[in-house]
Design a protein around this ligand. Sequence first.
Ligand code: NDP
Ligand code: GUE
Length: 294
Amino acid sequence: MTHDHRLLKGSAVRDRILSEARAYVDAAGGSEQIGRLVSISIGENPEVGVYVRNQARGALAAGLRFDQQLWGDEVSQDECKQLILEMNDDPNVLGIILQRPVPDHINVRSLQSAIHPLKDVEGMNPSSIGNIVYSDVALAPCTAAASVEMIKETGLDLEGLEVVMIGHSEIVGKPAAFLLMAEGATVTVCHHMTRSLAMHSRRADVVVVAVGKPNLIGPDMIKPGAAVIDIGINQITSDSGKTKIVGDVDTDAVLEVAGWVTPVPGGVGPVTVAILMRNATVAHQRQKAAGWLD
Ligand SMILES: NC(=O)C1=CN([C@@H]2O[C@H](COP(=O)(O)OP(=O)(O)OC[C@H]3O[C@@H](n4cnc5c(N)ncnc54)[C@H](OP(=O)(O)O)[C@@H]3O)[C@@H](O)[C@H]2O)C=CC1
Ligand SMILES: Nc1nc(=O)c2c([nH]1)NC[C@@H]1CN(c3ccc(C(=O)N[C@@H](CCC(=O)O)C(=O)O)cc3)C=[N+]21
């Protein structure tokens, strides 16, 4: 059997989702009529920096205002919580994104819980993420939702599909597993205690990987023709001293075996950003329905 081996880029999916978000914003009267998105980074981190830059671009494309805040390492938990509560009450704030990771002295779960569910555009408040268990997936964590969009882009039917999710973090692996179940896939979740990653991944029609280790997934771990969705974002320094971003998959080698591989950069990342803008429009609809606006 021959397979059409190819790179599955995120740009077409991103453009479609961003233009849908843009149409919503335009219909609502444009950026001045809609509150701004606030991104909170606590301390500096290169992977977060890339994300925030692309969020600012995505917001521009969707016609949303974007307020990029960088809080110092020394900020206290109480100060963070106070600032978030003020944003909850500010009608000019549409949504709040709390970038991860945060410094060790900050309790990220408590801050995430402080973001009002109607302003929680990442769907990461425990009360929002709980909806996913009920297959209520309209506003899901962005990267998890992006990986489902990329699988759909292959044209594979998710019903009954054997999907192996590698990584089980709160923000990616766990919500992705629930979204995939909601689509009818049979999902196996692997993590660092899994005895043989390859034994599981070799059986899969689709392998989704979100670990944060370059070259974790090689060609011997993939079934011929399978789809490989690479979520990893790793900044590495090459021998020449230049930094670049790679995923968790040995992309060139895996392309020889797989049916589809998402590249890094240019795969899941741009779609993640677009989903955030879509989530912002969903949050706006919900705020309107709750009587918060006008
Ligand atoms: N493209 C995008 O939109 C996004 C990309 N990312 C990137 O995705 C990657 C993962 O992010 P995130 O989920 O936040 O990271 P975490 O560090 O929170 O989670 C990593 C997960 O990988 C598991 N793991 C670690 N080592 C292995 C191993 N050898 N085999 C199998 N599983 C392993 C861990 O399991 P355990 O907990 O059991 O140790 C954990 O569940 C990072 O590179 C991050 O930068 C993240 C968010 C968005
Ligand atoms: N609360 C929270 N939610 C997150 O979703 C989250 C987070 N914190 N912390 C950091 C990680 C990382 N992450 C990225 C998403 C998109 C790109 C992205 O757009 N990547 C481009 C990069 C292109 C370039 O190099 O500029 C691409 O892959 O093509 C990168 C990184 C989200 N994360």
